[in-house]
Design a protein around this ligand. Sequence first.
Ligand code: FE2
Ligand code: FE2
Length: 308
Amino acid sequence: MALSLPKYVPARKSQLNFYRAVPLYYQNQSKDFMLYKPAGLKLTEMRIEQERYPEKLYMKRIDKLRGIREVQKEFNLQLKIDIQSNNAINVKNTLVNIVQETFSEPRSGSIEGIIETVKLLVSDFAKESEVIKNLFRVSNKDYTTVLHSINVMALAIGYAHHENFSTAEKKVIGLCALLHDVGKTKVNSGILKAPRKLTDDEFEEMKAHTIYGYEILVKCNLFNHEIKLAALQHHEKLDGSGYPKKVTDISRMAQIVGLIDCYEALTNDDRPYRDPMAPLRALTLLKDDVVSGKFSRRIFEKFAYSLI
Ligand SMILES: [Fe+2]
Ligand SMILES: [Fe+2]
């Protein structure tokens, strides 16, 4: 017998005030779901005091996507304020919320919401480049795919700025970077978090995040093919030693994201099983990969200069 998914899913407490179109429900003592907040009203507008909220509120599973869109919209408004107030910590926290919400159900209808997020970062970059550059340096305790993706995006937008990309290209590379590991949402979290060397089977599953990501993005309404290719090819190497297909003809965006991806993974300070590497040491290591033909020398050099 096929497992049926629950009809109601919990609504995150910190986001309850964001829902207007989505009705919210509570569970009564006999475990029936009862309407708590109708569509068209926000909780705050119902003027109910915080303490009187039921302990847990739910939404219908069929409303989940609509809920994600409402949350993304509110957080994007918040992000604009955070960028303008020049506070890298707030910008990063808001970004974490947006990407977490999006990656909770990464599919057509939710992924598109972060196009606006990247647009905000790119269009304000010229004015607020320090805040966005500093995003990478703001450390968060719990290192996850979400944080890694945000860091890679911040570095990639910095790269694009340094190389004088057009605004449209900056938007594309920002999305390539933010979404490059979206396929990891389909990989068993035990494998993702394993603080040890993976078994061969586990490593094969891990490698499949490239294909999972490509498949997720193919179904989405994205404007640029490069974004899908970056998810598929960011672990490929120019000498054919990468995965999943060992191709040597790698899209430019995938090459840039691939190099920055390695740099970020080497230098982040939040992995429990090893110390972070100093930037210069990480660049020296990547330089070896340039010499052995894995990465493009031109991209490597541009990236190194973009860090200054
Ligand atoms: Fe990856
Ligand atoms: Fe990555």
